[in-house]
Design a protein around this ligand. Structure first.
Ligand code: AMP
Ligand code: MG
Length: 405
């Protein structure tokens, strides 16, 4: 039986980054770049004023005081029509190009204007002025030809702003992955039904589809397959049109757990079945030439945890994100906790960030069918196998769940 690390390694090896497409900048939020981005400009494109005030020659105000003749005014979007000479200044606004001859800006708050017959003069009283004050030089933040973003970068608002500065109207990104979600089980009814004797509502479909969307995938809800080979095989054939197919239920050892056999019959090649993990031990993973397939255990918390550990890794890999595997963080336990278990366990917890660091509280959890407990949690705490008493303040490994609280 695979360990969690072996299972993650197998997923990483068997899932390659997916195809790419070109999208407009305004539709690229959250997408993953499939091309490196080089700058075609210097930024800023010219020496630029960072304050409203007067462009000056620093050496004229080396001791902080001077009276200079104002020869011109330049606002943002304009260029000064003349260079400044010793003893001269040009009134300047934030964002305007520094005039030739000037090498600093004195902010307007440190100046007073005097009108002398035909001349305007500015009297300056400030700290000693050094070259470069209140201005930024051309190319300080990037130079033409610099690579400013690598392929594989997930695009956030600040990346989109930078791409707009570079004039990029379209981008090559990884295509959004389509993920079919197929629940299985004779006991399942749709959520608009009142369950009859022995029946339960299909909660996994809504949960898994939301997890897919939280990871940037396009979820397709494929309904409920019944526990018979005919219905299951027909729905699997349909589901294999997606880039990724998630089934829930039917992967354990019961007489009606038909999913592994039906997947094999549909030409999906098993990579692993069962992982040393709690919850989620029966999880199944395989690939076909065009799809990646997970058989997730039907118990809702098992499905959810297996998604966070394994499916998310596959989706990140398909999206071109690196690293694809779950990122562990450390937090202190908020209370003493007696752990009992013979498998590594991913236990629902409430992670909170306090001024003295992250703290995590194991929630009251009644096992893999207890979906309610996950609604009180936002992370999973990893307890290695073996009974152990953990103390409050002890550091533990945590994994934040996808989706916002
Ligand atoms: P299975 O993996 O099919 O043996 O199912 C394990 C448990 O999960 C059973 O109690 C099922 O009733 C339950 N279960 C299976 N599928 C779902 C689902 N889609 N929504 C909620 N519970 C489910
Ligand atoms: Mg079942």
């Amino acid at each position: 039986m695979h360990t969690v690390d072996q299972a993650l390694e197998a997923i990483t090896l068997n899932v390659a980054p997916g195809p790419v497409e070109t999208v407009p900048l305004c539709e690229a939020l959250g997408r993953v770049l499939a091309e490196p981005i080089d700058s075609d400009i210097d930024s800023p494109p010219f020496d630029k004023a960072l304050m409203d005030g007067f462009a000056v020659r620093a050496e004229d105000i080396a001791d902080g005081t001077a009276t200079l003749t104002v020869i011109d005014e330049v606002t943002a979007g304009q260029v000064a029509s003349q260079a400044i000479q010793p003893g001269q200044a040009i009134q300047i606004m934030t964002g305007a190009p520094i005039p030739d001859g000037a090498d600093a800006v004195v902010q307007v708050e440190d100046t007073s204007i005097e009108n002398h017959e035909q001349q305007v003069r500015v009297s300056i009283d400030t700290r000693p002025v050094v070259p470069g004050r209140n201005m930024i030089h051309q190319g300080t933040s990037m130079r033409r030809g610099d690579t400013v973003m690598p392929a594989g970068r997930q695009l956030r608002p600040q990346e989109l702003g930078l791409l707009a500065e570079l004039g990029r109207q379209t981008l090559v990104v990884h295509r959004q992955v389509t993920v079919g979600v197929l629940a299985t089980g004779d006991e399942l009814v749709t959520i608009d039904c009142q369950p009859g004797a022995g029946q339960i509502r299909n909660s996994n479909e809504a949960m898994l589809a939301a997890q897919v969307r939280a990871c940037g995938g396009l979820a397709l809800e494929l309904g409920i397959a019944r526990d018979n080979p005919e219905d299951l095989s027909a729905r699997i054939a349909d589901g294999l049109k997606c880039d990724v197919l998630l089934l829930s239920g039917g992967v354990s050892a019961g007489r009606l757990d038909l999913v592994p056999a039906q997947l094999e019959a549909a030409g999906v090649n098993e990579i692993f079945h069962k992982v040393k993990v709690k919850p989620g031990k029966p999880v199944w993973f395989g690939t076909s030439p065009d799809s990646v397939v997970f058989g997730l255990p039907g118990n809702p918390v098992s499905s959810m945890v297996c998604f966070e550990l394994f499916v998310r890794t596959a989706l990140r890999r398909l999206a071109g994100l690196s690293p694809a595997q779950p990122a562990a963080a450390a937090a202190r336990l908020a209370r003493d906790f007696e752990f009992r278990g013979d498998r590594p366990t991913y236990f629902p917890g409430r992670l909170e960030h306090h001024s003295d660091g992250p703290r995590v509280t194991p929630v009251d959890w009644h096992g893999s069918s207890d979906l309610r407990s996950t609604a009180n949690a936002n992370a999973m705490i990893h307890f290695p196998a073996g009974d152990q008493g953990y103390r409050a303040q002890q550091w533990v490994e945590v994994f934040e769940w996808s989706g916002r609280a």
